[in-house]
Ligand binder design. Structure first.
Ligand code: G3P
Length: 268
């Protein structure tokens, strides 16, 4: 008997059995890995995550602005609220019907009831107008109840007047399709609105919440850039911000210089 044999002979049966089992597990794992490597030409082991889309909605009930933005080929949807509708001087129904006829994307229309029952009743009527209608519900206990009921009925909701990540967690759990943090109004009172957006995006990512983040109450083009950088799904912008996004002094100066120089080119 050699020295090694003598040592292993001394090992209790239980230890030897456990080691063999461990070896079997390791062999199985290695086989699994080699199988994955073999089939890696057909399907990569680590699949690339799907690219996220950044969407632009217009925050208005003004159909002329909506038509113009739509003609630019960049408009993904529209959000309205009672204040925006009141600025048009038209009825709510008239505005919403015309907007859905222009834009083929989510159109948010807000309820004005404060109790869950009233919200659900209004929402069901609005949802009948078009499949693209999304019901804006303010975040309150009754709002949560309404979101829950509507999500079970397959009616899309946009949880509005969101000013904190806590509110965003609750509406995601209730089943909201969208949440709208109002960043400009937070900035107005000395809080960093975009930090709330960063927190919501991070939390939703951590737990795989499917609620999409619409950054709302946007005041200027930098808000749009920051929203895109922090991974928000959507920005809803007033028309003047959209105009500022496309405009650049150097583009205008460049066009002028090209045209001035073009005038000097001899024409046949
Ligand atoms: O649509 C809601 C939100 O965007 C309102 O923005 O400018 O009234 O704070 P604002």
């Amino acid at each position: 008997m050699t020295f090694g044999e003598e040592e292993s002979f001394k090992k209790p049966v239980k230890d030897t059995f456990e080691e063999e089992m461990k070896l079997e597990i390791i062999k199985d794992k290695m086989n699994e890995i080699s199988e994955k490597i073999d089939s890696s030409e057909k399907k990569p082991i680590v699949e690339k995550p799907e690219k996220k889309k950044f969407q632009i909605f217009l925050d208005t009930a003004d159909v002329e602005q909506i038509r113009e933005a739509h003609s630019w080929g960049i408009l993904d949807g529209v959000t309205t609220n009672p204040t925006l509708v009141s600025k048009t001087g038209r009825s709510f129904e008239e505005c919403i019907h015309e907007i859905v006829s222009i834009v083929d994307g989510p159109i948010s229309a807000e309820v004005v009831s404060l109790d869950a029952e009233g919200m659900v009743k209004e929402a069901r009527e609005l949802a009948k107008i078009h499949d693209n209608i999304v019901i804006k519900i303010p975040i309150t206990p009754d709002g949560l109840k309404a979101i829950k009921v509507l999500s079970q009925e397959g009616i899309k909701t946009n949880a509005t007047l969101c000013f904190s990540a806590n509110q965003a967690i609750l509406v995601a759990k209730a089943g909201a399709t969208y949440v709208s943090p109002f960043i400009g109004r937070l900035d107005d009172i000395g809080h960093e609105g975009m930090q709330v957006v960063r927190d919501i995006v991070q939390i939703y990512k951590n737990y795989g919440f499917e609620t999409k983040v619409i950054v709302a109450s946007i005041r200027h083009p930098l808000h749009v850039i920051d929203a895109a950088k922090c991974g928000a799904d959507i920005v809803t912008v007033p028309f003047d911000v959209l105009e500022k996004m496309v405009k650049h002094a150097l583009t205008d100066a460049g066009i002028k210089r090209f045209l001035d120089d073009w005038a000097k080119v001899p024409k046949k």
